[in-house]
Write a protein that binds this ligand. Structure first.
Ligand SMILES: *Cc1c(COP(=O)(O)O)cnc(C)c1O
Length: 365
């Protein structure tokens, strides 16, 4: 099997030390293992900049979507109504989850290259008093757009709404002061910016709001309050926990700290992203969204010409040690390059060189 680095937004390239944690089998009810879970929960509160008496964390088995579903299923009661802001596939998935779970919701749906506007959010909230929750994606991984969490949270809070943020592809890689922003629920997963492997997700939640949701859940395994109650006793998970993944994640959190915390990781990701976009532009690859709204996580590039073959481009790059990501837009031909994970500026430079070589050998360019 050939090995390559992942330039995708998760699963992503992890360090050897993170992978090595998975060579050990651990017992779910053993004190050592439960201590790992509790340590992770404390560290996550630290990353979110929240005090332990106001906020708490819940870890939940499954991929990121399972955790988003657990939050929406548990948070939205029969008399609640969510405003879901969408400008990409992950925002639309929030609405899809709400629909599957038969929750009351409305959407503020934007094109994939547009940013939510404060005036519109304000008008929607003023015009529909039934809305109790505002839900949005932070970094919309479909395009790489960074949504204005601060602006939306400020407006929502002025109107007394509960705020739920899908920060899946940004938490741990972009500084976020959850308490200052007064966010109620922030969702992320093990295999994104914290650089663990896939298998569970987590929620940083305002304790008071989480407890107020008791009894809402219509799914046993996705009941976030029940999950929290069990876990909060001593770190024992409700139902089988992904022990290998949890141990790897714990190592990944320690490595994040060693790197210098979220700020240092953010700086590395930003450098990766800036180098990538600058060099790609020189080769004639333009980014789909405006630079001001571009996140330092992943970039969507337009096909450089109508004869461009993503498949041959992908295979050429893969054979040289990197895997990139197809586009997720329906109306424009694009591909994506992620720059998170154990990826450094040298990788970006090497990748761009590979792409230049590809262009040199083809008439594509
Ligand atoms: C990755 C991601 C998810 C979750 O995806 P899974 O494939 O279920 O892990 C949700 N929202 C955003 C913004 C993401 O980037």
């Amino acid at each position: 099997m050939s090995s390559y680095k992942l330039l995708t937004p998760g699963p992503l390239t992890t360090s050897r030390a993170v992978k090595e944690q998975m060579l050990v089998d651990r017992c779910t009810w053993d004190d050592d293992y439960k201590a790992i879970t509790q340590k992770i929960r404390r560290q996550l509160l630290g990353l979110a900049h929240v005090p332990e008496h106001v906020y708490t964390t819940v870890l939940m088995q499954g991929s990121g979507t399972f955790v988003v579903e657990a939050v929406l299923n548990t948070c939205l009661g029969p008399t609640d109504k969510a405003l879901i802001i969408t400008n990409g596939a992950y925002g639309e998935r929030l609405a899809q989850i709400a629909a599957y779970n038969q929750k009351n919701f409305c959407t503020y749906a934007l094109p994939y290259n547009a940013v939510p506007e404060g005036d519109v959010v304000e008008d929607i909230l003023k015009g529909d008093q039934a809305i109790t929750h505002v839900v949005m994606v932070h970094c919309e991984t479909t395009t790489g757009m960074l949504n204005p969490v601060e602006m939306v949270a400020n407006i929502a809070k002025r109107h007394g709404k509960i705020v739920i943020i899908d920060a899946m592809s940004s938490f741990g890689g972009i500084p976020m002061h959850v308490e200052d922003l007064q966010l109620d629920f922030v969702i992320s997963s093990a295999n994104k910016c914290i650089q663990g492997v896939p298998g569970f997700g987590f929620v940083v939640a305002k304790k008071e709001q989480l407890l107020a949701c008791e009894g809402n859940a219509t799914s046993l395994s996705l009941d976030l309050v029940a999950q929290w109650k069990e876990m909060d006793k001593d770190g024992k998970w409700r139902y089988t926990s992904p022990t290998h993944v949890v141990a790897a994640f714990s190592k990944a959190l320690d490595e994040l700290e060693e790197e210098g915390g979220v700020q240092a990781r953010y700086t590395r990701y930003r450098t990766n992203n800036a180098t990538l976009r600058k060099e790609m532009e020189k080769l004639g690859f333009h980014s789909y969204i405006a630079e001001v709204v571009q996140s330092p996580i992943i970039t969507t590039f337009l096909f450089p010409s109508s004869t461009f073959s993503f498949k041959s481009f992908y295979e050429f790059i893969k054979a040289r040690g990197y895997v990139i990501y197809p586009g997720k837009l329906t109306n424009v031909d694009t591909f994506r390059i992620g720059n998170i994970g154990d990826i450094h500026e040298e990788d970006m430079i090497e990748l761009v060189q590979i792409i230049a070589d590809y262009q040199g050998g083809k008439i594509d360019a």
